[in-house]
Design a protein around this ligand. Structure first.
Ligand SMILES: Cc1cc2nc3c(=O)[nH]c(=O)nc-3n(C[C@H](O)[C@H](O)[C@H](O)COP(=O)(O)OP(=O)(O)OC[C@H]3O[C@@H](n4cnc5c(N)ncnc54)[C@H](O)[C@@H]3O)c2cc1C
Length: 382
């Protein structure tokens, strides 16, 4: 029993999801897993009950993703669809938007991608130039015309819509402010081209072009003036969920390495008896546990409604988990010797997959910048 960090319900959820993960396992059909996880209520565990969700929080959703990852079958779209888009719509969407989207996101029948990254802005999201302007003569009810480009957006082909971060001009000050728009997959003027990534994953990445995409007035999520607040409400869950993704993947790799090191014998003892093999695995285990601890703290703060404290903890958790995952995977591959690079053992492809959690959704360096400036009060170099 784990009374302090997780409730009995959390532990039961962990056990149940781990069993689902074992039934599917590495190399499984992600569509089938998505559907089954949804049917069991796991994908919408954080969404409000009145809209078909489980009424839990990011703590519960991160347990689901971590355990699926630890079984070798993480679902990347959980980070964007229920965690970012579901949270933003549940917290800030209009009643109509909630009714239109949340039941589908919760039961897995609908999926939403999330697009903020732009080719010329990269880590500097203040520089995004995707712009929304009022559609003066397009529609009687008013509406929007969205123009811009996005890059590295995951799962746009399988998602029913993409939640696109754009900017509108403040009528009073003339300043640009962020706004979120729901863009249906087949909206005229919304085109995508696949980026050829060195990643073995079901979810593909796309470059998007929004060429005067006409959207109805209710494509704008929530309030035009609350854009920044809404954006942060979605980005903290994204970081916590990326930490869960990384901890899960690190645990999976480590488990493979431990099993191998117990069996493989080339001298008098299994290779796991050599401290050169054992200690780095022990270190990887400790670092994954520490990262998970910070992830639990971030999720608890977020679910308690403390967005500011959750922001710092979510960044630190994402950093720690990304680093722990990269190290665990690297050590796991090394532990298997030549087998670490064979298709049969399937660990080598995790080397690139693990790096994703160091780069996205915010890079290691940008988190170190955040902690330097926000936590330590050091001056900025940029
Ligand atoms: C597999 C994958 C899936 C993704 N899915 C999505 C998605 O669904 N939606 C979405 O919106 N985006 C997505 N992204 C994009 C991701 O969020 C970006 O790649 C990430 O934010 C980094 O931006 P960039 O690639 O432009 O790197 P850049 O910003 O060009 O950074 C390059 C390097 O410079 C460093 N750097 C930049 N500025 C500084 C600084 N001030 N100080 C120190 N170092 C600095 C960075 O840390 C990094 O190492 C995905 C990316 C990947 C790889």
């Amino acid at each position: 029993m784990n009374l302090i960090l997780e409730t009995e319900e959390h532990t039961a959820l962990r056990t149940a999801v781990a069993a689902l993960g074992r039934r599917h396992g590495r190399g499984c059909d992600p569509e089938a897993l998505w559907q089954e996880a949804a049917k069991l209520g796991y994908l919408g565990v954080n969404l409000p009950e009145e809209h078909g969700g489980g009424g839990g929080g990011i703590a519960e959703l991160s347990i689901v993703l971590e355990e699926l990852g630890a079984a070798g079958c993480p679902l990347l779209m959980m980070i964007v669809s229920p965690a970012i888009c579901g949270t933003v719509i549940a917290r800030f969407g209009t009643e109509d938007q909630r009714r239109a989207w949340l039941p589908g996101l919760a039961d897995g029948s609908r999926t939403m991608a999330f697009g903020i990254t732009e080719p010329d802005a990269g880590s500097n999201s203040h520089r995004i130039t995707t712009t929304a302007r009022r559609d003066a003569d397009g529609r009687a009810d008013g509406g929007w015309i969205l123009t811009g480009r996005k890059v590295f957006i995951s799962g746009v082909d399988i998602a029913d819509a993409t939640l696109v971060v754009g900017r509108t001009e403040d009528a009073r000050t003339g300043k640009l402010k962020p706004c979120l728009f729901i863009v249906p997959r087949d909206a005229p003027g919304f085109t995508r081209s696949r980026i050829d990534m060195e990643l073995h994953a079901h979810e593909k990445q796309f470059e998007l072009v929004l060429d005067d995409v006409r959207l109805p007035a209710d494509a704008l999520v929530g309030e035009e003036d609350a854009g920044l607040l809404q954006l942060f409400a979605g980005l903290n869950p994204e970081r916590i969920m990326t930490a869960a993704f990384a901890v899960g993947m690190g645990r999976y790799a480590l488990d493979q390495a431990i099993a191998y090191a117990r069996e493989r014998q080339v001298w008098q003892t299994p290779i796991g008896a050599h401290q050169a093999i054992a200690h780095p695995l022990a270190q990887a285990h400790i670092e994954l546990e520490l990262a998970r601890l910070m992830m639990q703290k971030a999720a608890a703060l977020y679910d308690a409604g403390d967005d500011i404290a959750a922001g710092e903890a979510a960044n630190m958790a994402k950093y720690a988990a990304g680093e722990a995952c990269v190290k665990a995977v690297d050590q796991a591959v090394h532990t298997l010797g030549g087998n670490g690079l064979t298709r049969e053992y399937g660990l080598a492809s995790l080397v690139t997959a693990a790096r994703v959690s160091r780069i996205a959704p915010v890079s290691r360096e940008m988190i170190l910048n955040y902690v330097s400036h926000q936590t330590l009060g050091l001056p900025k170099s940029y």
